[in-house]
Design a protein around this ligand. Sequence first.
Ligand code: SAM
Ligand code: SF4
Length: 507
Amino acid sequence: MNWNITSPADRQHFAPEEIFAAGLAQHHLANTAYPIGHVTTLRPYRVTRRAGEDDRAAAAAWNDIDQLCLYVHIPFCEKRCSFCEYTVVDPRLNQSAEDTYFDLLVREFELWGQAIDSAQKTLIGFDIGGGTPALPQAANTARLMEAAHRHFRFKPGMQISIETTPRLAAHDPQKMHDLRALGIERISMGVQTIQPSLLRALGRNASAADINYTARDAIRAAGFEKFNVDLMYGFARQSLRSWSETLQHAIDLDPEYITLYRMRYKGTQIAAQAQHVTLEQIEAMVQLAKEKLSAAGYLATPGKNTYSRLTGDPGTSDYLTTRVIDGTPYLGLGLGAQSLSPTTLSYNAGAAGKNLTLYQQKLEAGRFPLQDLYHLSREAAMGKMISVSFYFGEINLASFRRKFGLSLEQAFPAEIDFVVQRGLMEYTATALRLTLQGEICYNGVIALFYAPAVQEHLLKLAHGERVKPVRGWRKIWQPEFEALKTSPCPAPALILPRLNSGEGRGG
Ligand SMILES: C[S@@+](CC[C@H](N)C(=O)[O-])C[C@H]1O[C@@H](n2cnc3c(N)ncnc32)[C@H](O)[C@@H]1O
Ligand code: SF4
């Protein structure tokens, strides 16, 4: 494999104890959204834009690839929610920008088609994400589907997945039919919470929970048999009681899958609220969700955030499943989209400014709409692959060996000893998987596998976040948290008080 030369920052080695503590202290950052601080941590690997070098490197990276995943980003929403971390353009531009945007997407498909002979490559996963990708007119989505079929082979039986808001599905049932008729089989709907005050505070189109039933009925009537509901936890002022009611509501909607997103604050309009949310709150919510969902027949292995009630079906889209288990490369098209080839990581223009200007200019000049492209070292690529693996809370041993030419134990001897001896991870027949104890320390465990440059970045973030509970926090949380202390998992009682008192923090 054509890896880049490892940077001095990635040749360091830190003690697992130190990194584990730093990951826990920085629990709002140490997650699957990797790498952290990529402007600095990936800087040595950035390919220059001079003389189109980045375009050539982007195309060359796909030379030896026969199978890949495709992600197409649709940056339009009816309204921008304050908690959202995704690339969404100003909703006032939706109408004027939509047709232009789909023209540009088709152009991007054509460029890739010419540069990598994509018609010879097979898609094994395909997500249309956003934003709200169900929002544009069906005729535009049809153009997108047609371009995908023209420029790639589709693996027979591959499932295509899309996302909607409840409001859109409830108000436009015809759109649900149109999307299903285009061959899209899985749909994901963002309920997030049913707590009205929280919905309002988050700038989310607040509506009675009833609308979710109307939306569900429209989705089912359109013929979707793979229906996922997204919920979010980890907001300041989100009570355990309201979380419990939201979980029950999602169960009552009777979807095949329920995905739980822990709120990631970085880069959002409400980033400052992260300091009001502690690991104790998070842990209580995770435990409550696990209990309620498993009692209702929705199952997930520790650390996995998609719960499925279908045996043998992980519940995630084909796109995400193959990325997580096999580390399948993915090509991202559209504003701000991310691509990962075996040796490069790149970002399209538009994520920072959230406008079409640069994306459009580059495509109109016949260039890939790249913001930055990084030619990765093996260490950097390992960090990225394992971070993605943690969507399922496990690292597939054969996939790791196949990608990197050495075993996980050879690559991370001290880290594996650390997690296995402390009962944080255990071996299954195919993977190294989080235990229940490890799940509680998710952020510490995942950080152990980050590239050293990213670990150094975590260590430098002085003493982690300041934990200052909002006024009234104890009143809201304490009684419910006390009840959880009798849960079979001992870790919160053992680990969290130490962390919250400052002991064990990375500095
Ligand atoms: C791209 S959004 C698309 C769904 C659709 N637009 C909606 O809001 O219903 C996919 C999911 O990401 C989750 N999400 C959004 N912002 C997040 C954040 N800051 N941290 C964690 N998850 C987030 C939400 O659960 C959302 O449903
Ligand atoms: S959460 Fe969904 S609807 Fe809200 S801004 Fe983000 S993508 Fe749009």
